[in-house]
Design a protein around this ligand. Sequence first.
Ligand code: HEM
Ligand code: HEM
Length: 172
Amino acid sequence: MNWLDSAQRYGAVSRAVHWGMATLLILMLGTEWLAELVGMSEREAMTLHKSVGLLLLGLLVFRLLWRGVNHGRLESHAHWKWAARLGHLALYAAMLLIPVSGLLAALGSGHGVEFFGLPLFAPGAEIEWLEEAAEETHEVLANLLWLLIGVHVLASLAHQFWLHDNTLRRMA
Ligand code: HEM
Ligand code: HEM
């Protein structure tokens, strides 16, 4: 098995991180709806939401380091190279800023933050301005992520089936 990326295809680690994070991010975007579906209380759902969100932040750090390790191994596209770079950059920015704003909103609320039961930040005083600003940012960016994912999926389908450059195969 190829752990590292090769000229024609993302390696096993890059693919696992891409699809694992994509699945978790989409589940995170649907937290409220999913909680209702499985009959979870809002409080339980938010506790899980914060832990999975922090896990995603950790995975993002690993992903960026792994990208550095693989730098230059994968051939870049002949078509729309700059559009792809810009699109991926926007997705990375969203994957960073969404959990950071979520963390700031949680800190502002004063409820404290746990990571799967492990206390990370103790409960403290509510900081209203921080909570409000970070919640607003978190929500706007989460909505923007839906849009970015939509454009990203359409772009990868267009590459595969219109430009026929096997883009989907590289990540599949
Ligand atoms: C939350 C959802 C998603 C995020 C945040 C995301 C993010 C990314 C990023 C940042 C890249 C650049 C390569 C890298 O650094 O790993 C990438 C590549 C790719 N993604 Fe996604 N992705 C998501 C969902 C999807 C879905 C649902 C598809 C299926 C159509 C898809 C198909 C691809 C393909 C084919 C590539 C390779 C593009 C290339 O070779 O240039 N992604 N994705
Ligand atoms: C990493 C990906 C994350 C995604 C995609 C995400 C997405 C979302 C979404 C869609 C909502 C509902 C927004 C609304 O309608 O009000 C939400 C709410 C919230 N998230 Fe996240 N989140 C992420 C990470 C985090 C993290 C790491 C934390 C904290 C440690 C966090 C804390 C919160 C809080 C406190 C709320 C409730 C805000 C409110 O009451 O309006 N999130 N998040």
